[in-house]
Ligand binder design. Structure first.
Ligand code: SAM
Length: 398
């Protein structure tokens, strides 16, 4: 028995579905105070006209049954509205395991896992439906070398989440094609590249899918990780990526910069990378921030006191404020900026993508953004903001 983190579980459930593991779902144990007329739902995948649907059977108190066919995304949505709000139990039957979800009387969410005899195969969700840029079943050398795919192109089970992340990021890159110059090779930087899943993915999309020439610079402060990336690069025979062990602030890269990316750079490392990208006048910036701590102890506001007195709400508000201030700072630095969901169903603080494109702001818009930035800081008692401090420092030095 273990505590259940529902958003994380829904993500896992999605992975199970993609891998064709789900045999059935049952939702039962309606709360006495619920106004839902159903007493139980049984859900199972069925094939209808060559595509997989989820058949929902709803039973009411008089044991009457109604049926409805939903897509998987609709199923996940409905599941998360019913459990645990209206119902306290859910049973997920996988091919070789049963997962029992329960809301206890004390209000805790728990999960029990039981091995079970292998059950008949559920209809497979066709991954082709999802139109991944790197479809399962088609081996891509960097995904094989990084241990995401087998040499036959099968996505390894524990790597499914990473696989989806890589594909999602690759989609963002593909959709930016028209924004990039056609006059020279594209200069790209990945800050805090880690194992360089994204670095290789970006190169694959730009070079193999879009026919671009590139010059990619990938940095990480950890020399060991950089050594591993170098080995993989050599093994796959790629010459247009340069890996370097360096701090973000010290990374040697020159303007013009076409694309600056980073995924999950911790805390203020995101701000260092943003400051550097603004300084180098990167055309496009794609950033998925990680944890945020800088504002946690700074936030101070009478109006927001009912939020700030709860640790968890303070944490969330400080993360939201950090990303809002970052987006606002980009707007006042000449970038049209959007904050969008990176991967659906990952309802965590790590699920936001800041997407900024240079040169689409008028002077008036930049001024208005600056004023809004100052107002937000003031209303929440923010005295110091790392991105602003680093930019001020580098402008003063140069
Ligand atoms: C959570 S990992 C993410 C790696 C990669 N972007 C990914 O998503 O797979 C963060 C990486 O950033 C690197 N890093 C953190 N702060 C850094 C800094 N100030 N300068 C350079 N690298 C940094 C760490 O060494 C680590 O490899």
């Amino acid at each position: 028995m273990a505590r259940l983190d529902l958003p994380e579980f829904l993500q896992q459930l999605d992975d199970y579905y993609v891998m064709g593991q789900i045999v059935s779902l049952t939702i039962s144990g309606r709360h006495a105070q619920s106004s839902n007329p159903a007493s139980r739902y049984d859900v199972r995948p069925v094939v209808i006209r060559d595509s997989v649907q989820l058949q929902w059977t709803c039973r009411d108190k008089a044991r009457r049954q109604t049926h409805e066919n939903l897509s998987w995304d609709e199923t996940l949505n409905r599941f998360s509205t019913l459990f645990p709000t209206d119902f306290r139990n859910a049973l997920i039957r996988l091919k070789e395991e049963d997962l029992q979800l329960q809301l206890t009387k004390k209000g805790q969410l728990q999960i029990h896992r039981h091995n079970s005899a292998p059950k008949a195969a559920a209809p497979l969700q066709h991954d082709a439906d999802r139109q991944y840029i790197f479809p399962p079943g088609q081996p891509v050398p960097f995904l094989v070398e990084l241990g995401i795919m087998s040499p036959q192109g099968n996505v390894k089970k524990p790597m499914y989440r990473k696989f989806r992340q890589i594909n999602r990021f690759a989609e963002f890159i593909r959709d930016l094609d028209d924004r990039f110059t056609r006059e020279r090779p594209l200069r790209v930087v990945d800050y805090g590249c880690g194992k360089s899943y994204l670095t290789f993915a970006i190169r694959e999309v730009l070079v193999s899918h879009l026919g671009r020439e590139v010059e990619i610079h990938a940095f990480d402060r950890n020399p060991e990780v950089i050594r591993t990336c170098e080995e993989i690069r050599e093994k796959i025979g790629i010459e247009d990526i340069r890996f370097q062990a360096a701090e973000i602030g010290e990374a040697t890269i020159e303007a013009p910069l076409d694309l600056a990316i980073w995924l999950h750079a911790c805390d203020t490392a995101t701000d260092d990378a943003l400051a550097r990208s603004i300084e180098l006048q990167a055309e496009v910036i794609l950033a998925v921030p990680c944890c945020q701590h800088e504002l946690h102890h700074q936030l101070d506001s009478e109006e927001f006191a009912p939020i700030l007195k709860h640790g968890i709400l303070r944490e969330r508000l400080s993360a939201l404020t950090t990303d809002a201030l970052r987006a606002q700072f980009l707007e006042m630095s000449g970038y049209r900026t959007q904050v969008i969901e990176f991967i659906d169903l990952e309802h965590t603080a790590k699920n936001l993508l800041i997407r900024a494109v240079r040169g689409e702001q008028s002077a008036e818009q930049e001024q208005a953004a600056r004023e809004a930035f100052e107002r937000l800081k003031q209303s929440l008692g923010v005295k110091q903001f790392h991105l602003e401090s680093v930019r001020k420092e580098s402008s003063a030095n140069g």
